[in-house]
Design a protein around this ligand. Structure first.
Ligand code: PEP
Ligand code: MG
Length: 537
C-alpha cells in the first residue's frame, strides 16, 4: 500500500482501477530536406488538419462542459494561427533545410520555454497549451493517432499532466477521478474536473508502476491510496457509501426553503469565479449568485476585456440564472492576483497595496468599461453590483459619481438598464468600523471574511506557515459580523457573508442568531448548509 497527498481540486471519493495515462511520444528526428517548398506545404496541411481537430473539440466541449470551458480550444486555434509561431517553423525549414516535424517541435519547445519563464501566472500556465498545439501538429506530421484510449472499465486516471484537449476527449462515463503530478488548482484541466464534478487531485508524486492497481482518491482529504490494505479499502468503501448516501440525501433538499424550525429564513447564494461554474450552481439549487468574482475575465485574457466581451459574459450569467439575483463584484486584482498587461509595479506588501477598487478609482477607463458592460447586462435579468476593498465613505461617493455618469451615458445612447442594487464588500476593519456611515450610502453589505480576517488578525492569507494562527472564529471577527449586520439593519439594508466562513456549518446557527440575511458559499456547500438550517430551532 502506498499513500500520497495532493492538492484538492474537487471533493468526493473514487475507488477503482488505476490507468496510468501516457502521452503518445512522437519520436522526432532531424532530417535534411531538399524540397523546401514541399516541406512547408506538408506543415501547412498538418496545421490545417490540427485546426479542424480543434474546431471539432470545441464543438464537443461546448455540449459536454459548456462554453467557457470549451473556449480553450478557440484559444489553441488562435495560438496555432499566431504569426510568430508560424514564421518560426517556416524559417527553420527554409534556412536549415530541416523536416517539418523537427521545425515544429523545436519552435514549440522554444515558445513554451518563453512562456514558462514569464512572471505572470496566467502566461506561465500557457506553456502547456503551446506544447499541446505543437504536439497536435507533430502527431499529424508523424502519421500517429492521438492520445491513449481509456480502458473499458471505469478508471482513475493518473498522469504527469493532462492537457485540456486530453481531458475533454476522455469518455466521461469511464472516468472516476484524476490524479496528476503537475497542474495547478487553476489550470483548465482542474476547472474541467470541477465542472464534470469528479474527484481530482494535483501535485501528487506519481509512479508508472501503479498502472492496473486499485486506487482510492479521497477528494475531501487530498489523499491518494494505491493498492490499499484490506481494512483501509473497507474503510474507504464505507466512506464512499456514506458520501453517496449523503449526496443523495442532500438531493432531497432541492427545491426546499432555507428555513429554521421556528420559521427564520435566510438566503443561500453561490460564489462563482467563472460562467462554467453555473452548471453546479443550478445543480445545487442556489437561490442566486452572491459573489461572481469578475477577475476571471481579465485573468483569462491577454488584453483588457472589451465592453462587448464583458457584456456577453455578464449577460449569459444573468440570463442563465433566469431572474434570480446575480451579484457581480467589480474587478479585484492586485495582491495575489497579478495580470501582466496591467503592468503593476512590484510591491513590498501587495496585500496592503494597489488592488481592487484602488486600481479602478485611479484608472477610471478600466472601471467605466466594466460598469458599462454590467449596466447593459442588467437589462437581461436581476443584476447587482458589488465593490471590493472599500475603506471610506469618500470612496463610495466617488464610485457612485462614476456609476451615475455611466448610467446617464448609456441612457443617452439608448440602452435599457434594469434595477441595479449597488453594494459593497466589508472586508477591511475600517469598513466594518464605519459600517454605520457606509450603510447610508449603499443598498447592501457583503462581508468578505477572507480578507476581513487577514486584515483584522494581521495574518497573510497566502502564508501557509501562519495557518495555526489563523483563527477564523476569532471573537474580533464574530463581533465585526454582528456589528456590520446591526448597522445594515439600522439603515434598512441587508447584510450577507461571502467569505469562506459563510460555509462553516459550525457557525450557521450563530449567523442566523446574528440576523445575517444571506450566505454566499461554494455551490457544493449549498445543500449541506440548507440541511443545517432546516435542523436548527
Ligand atoms: C473575501 O475576502 O472574503 C472575499 C470573498 O473575496 P476574495 O476571497 O475574492 O478576496
Ligand atoms: Mg476579498
Amino acid at each position: 500500500m502506498e499513500k500520497r497527498s495532493g492538492k484538492k481540486i474537487f471533493n468526493g471519493i473514487a475507488i477503482g482501477k488505476i490507468q496510468f495515462y501516457k502521452k503518445k511520444e512522437n519520436l522526432v528526428e532531424r532530417t535534411k530536406v531538399t524540397d523546401v517548398e514541399a516541406e512547408i506545404n506538408r506543415y501547412e496541411k498538418a496545421k490545417e488538419e490540427a485546426m479542424e481537430q480543434l474546431n471539432a473539440l470545441y464543438e464537443k466541449a461546448l455540449v459536454e462542459v459548456g462554453e467557457s470551458s470549451a473556449e480553450i480550444f478557440n484559444v489553441h486555434a488562435m495560438m496555432l494561427d499566431d504569426d510568430d509561431y508560424n514564421e518560426s517553423v517556416r524559417n527553420m525549414i527554409t534556412t536549415q533545410n530541416v523536416n517539418a516535424e523537427y521545425a515544429t517541435a523545436m519552435t514549440g519547445d522554444s515558445f513554451s520555454e518563453i512562456f514558462a519563464n514569464m512572471d505572470d501566472e496566467y502566461f506561465k500556465a500557457r506553456a502547456i497549451d503551446i506544447k499541446d498545439i505543437t504536439n497536435r501538429v507533430v502527431t499529424i506530421l508523424c502519421g500517429n493517432s492521438e492520445s491513449e484510449q481509456l480502458d473499458d472499465e471505469p478508471v482513475i486516471i493518473v498522469a504527469d499532466d493532462l492537457a485540456p484537449s486530453e481531458t475533454v476527449q476522455m469518455d466521461k462515463s469511464k472516468l472516476l477521478a484524476f490524479v496528476t503530478k503537475l497542474g495547478s488548482a487553476n489550470s483548465h484541466t482542474a476547472i474541467l474536473a470541477r465542472t464534470m464534478g469528479i474527484p481530482a487531485l494535483v501535485g501528487v508524486e506519481i509512479s508508472e508502476e501503479w498502472d492496473g492497481k486499485t486506487g482510492v482518491v479521497d477528494g475531501y482529504e487530498g489523499v491518494f491510496v494505491v493498492d490499499p490494505e484490506a481494512e483501509v479499502l473497507a474503510e474507504y468503501v464505507k466512506k464512499k457509501a456514506s458520501d453517496d448516501e449523503q449526496k443523495e440525501l442532500l438531493q432531497t433538499l432541492k427545491g426546499k426553503e432555507n428555513v429554521t424550525k421556528s420559521g427564520k429564513k435566510i438566503h443561500l447564494y453561490a460564489n462563482i469565479g467563472n460562467p462554467g461554474d453555473l452548471v453546479s450552481v443550478l445543480e445545487n439549487d442556489a437561490g442566486g449568485i452572491g459573489l461572481f468574482r469578475s477577475e476571471f475575465l481579465y485573468l483569462e485574457s491577454d488584453h483588457y476585456p472589451t465592453e462587448e466581451e464583458q457584456f456577453q459574459a455578464y449577460k449569459k450569467v444573468v440570463e442563465t440564472m433566469g431572474g434570480k439575483k446575480v451579484i457581480i463584484r467589480t474587478l479585484d486584482i492586485g495582491a495575489d492576483k497579478q495580470i501582466g498587461y496591467f503592468d503593476l509595479d512590484k510591491e513590498e506588501n501587495p496585500a496592503l497595496g494597489y488592488r481592487a477598487i484602488r486600481i479602478c478609482l485611479t484608472r477610471p477607463e478600466i472601471f467605466k468599461t466594466q460598469l458599462r458592460a454590467l449596466f447593459r447586462a442588467s437589462a437581461y435579468g436581476s443584476l447587482a453590483i458589488m465593490y471590493p476593498m472599500i475603506i471610506s465613505v469618500d470612496e463610495v461617493r466617488q464610485i457612485k459619481e462614476i456609476s451615475m455618469a455611466v448610467k446617464e451615458e448609456l441612457k443617452d445612447e439608448g440602452f435599457k438598464i434594469g434595477e441595479v442594487e449597488e453594494g459593497i464588500m466589508i472586508e477591511t476593519p475600517a469598513a466594518a468600523l464605519i459600517s454605520d456611515e457606509l450603510a447610508k450610502e449603499v443598498d447592501f453589505f457583503s462581508i468578505g471574511t477572507n480578507d476581513l480576517t487577514q486584515y483584522t488578525l494581521a495574518i497573510d492569507r497566502q502564508n501557509a506557515k501562519l495557518d495555526p494562527f489563523y483563527n477564523s472564529h476569532h471573537p474580533a471577527i464574530l463581533r465585526f459580523i454582528q456589528m456590520v449586520t446591526d448597522n445594515a439593519h439600522k439603515a434598512g439594508i441587508w447584510a450577507g457573508i461571502c467569505g469562506e466562513l459563510g460555509a462553516d456549518i459550525t457557525l450557521t446557527e450563530t449567523f442566523l442568531k446574528m440576523g445575517v440575511d444571506e450566505l454566499s458559499v461554494s455551490p457544493g456547500c449549498i445543500l449541506s448548509i440548507r440541511k443545517k438550517i432546516r435542523e436548527t430551532e
